[in-house]
Design a protein. Structure first.
Length: 347
């Protein structure tokens, strides 16, 4: 029984996978033009046959919507949600801070600043698609996280929750001012920058999905590999040292990994806040604090949460579409207040 509680079991992986796939099918089928599930399955079969060379690409209007517009978007949404939730769970364990994630600590804002600079000044690498935005976002995410934690450490050696959150908020405001200055020098790109900073995965492609999937495979594997160390950090750094964890090395690896994940997600989907804060707390009530169970549950939970948020953004004010970042921020801000209140009350 003890072993079953410490690890994510095979049946749990299967259950979470089925739920995630069911949400994916619902998000693909529903929208401004709803497609019946039976028809969607038929289109998928024809599409798979086309890829295997045993048929032609389906030429129905609904097939075009399903395979070229919604499917790549929903896949990207799921991958971004899984990445942000995984990064949030890792940061909360590493910093022993239940309010830590990319948006509350200002890391997402830093990544957004890097991406905005790349968009405004057309920084690109000809050999790779959208690599300029991605490289700048990843670089600024890591620099921002380093700057925030360094300043917090200087002001408060214990790295308390209040200090880190306060510095993160101040840093986000500072970054917002810098982005406003940049926009004044790139007026011709203001509409693109404004919509992008609110978070949106409209127009996502299979290339975007491949990049997100590769980043999640590489960085996510590193985070999963360090689940034991994250359990030790959650109890305290001194405890981690006592059981043989190289604290500085693991900290650096996790911070670089988280920065990479957040940077890639921001470079493709813009600023999508609070996913990394909300999801780990929701799944922790089901799985408990053990990172061997929390990390995979956050992976699936983040994918499902963001897919539902994206579906809401697409259908709530149909035919108008809300930026997905607006939906996640509305939900996340309420949860943030609840978590902060419960923590202050010692609940």
């Amino acid at each position: 029984m003890k072993q079953r509680k410490e690890r994510f079991m095979a049946w749990e992986y299967a259950l979470f996978t089925v739920i995630t796939v069911a949400i994916l099918f619902a998000c693909v089928c529903l929208g401004s033009v709803s497609i019946p599930l039976r028809e969607a399955i038929h289109i998928f079969k024809e599409g798979i046959g086309y890829l295997l060379g045993s048929g032609k690409f389906p030429d129905e209007y609904s097939a075009s919507i399903l395979l070229t517009v919604r499917l790549p978007r929903v896949i990207c949404v799921a991958l971004v949600g899984a990445s942000l939730a995984l990064a949030g769970a890792a940061m909360q364990g590493l910093l022993k801070n239940p309010l830590a994630d990319g948006s509350t600590l200002g890391v997402s804002s830093g990544a957004a600043l890097g991406a905005v600079i790349a968009i405004a000044f057309n920084i690109t690498f000809p050999a790779l698609p959208f690599a300029g935005t991605m490289v700048m976002a990843v670089l600024f995410a890591f620099l921002s996280l380093t700057a925030i934690l360094s300043l917090a450490y200087k002001l408060d050696y214990s790295l308390s929750t209040n200090t880190i959150i306060l510095i993160g908020v101040i840093f986000s405001m500072f970054v917002s001012s810098l982005m406003s200055i940049i926009v004044t020098f790139a007026a011709d790109r203001i509409q693109h920058i404004t919509f992008w900073t609110m978070g949106s995965l409209a127009g996502s492609t299979y290339t975007n999905a491949a990049v997100l999937g590769t980043a999640l495979l590489i960085f996510g594997s590193i985070i999963f590999f360090h689940a034991r160390e994250l359990n030790a950090f959650a109890v305290g750094e001194e405890n981690a040292r006592n059981i043989g964890v190289n604290v500085k090395r693991v900290k650096l690896i996790i911070l670089i990994t988280v920065s990479g994940l957040i940077g890639v997600c921001v470079s493709i989907g813009g600023t999508i806040g609070f996913v990394g804060l909300v999801t780990p707390h929701m799944v922790r009530m089901i799985t408990g604090p053990n990172h061997r169970r929390l990390l995979p549950a956050s992976f699936f939970g983040g994918a499902g949460f963001l897919m539902i948020a994206d579906l809401t953004a697409r259908t709530l004010l149909n035919p108008r579409e809300l930026p997905i970042g607006v939906v996640t921020s509305l939900v996340g801000s309420v949860v943030f207040v609840i978590i902060f209140y419960r923590k202050r009350k010692g609940m």
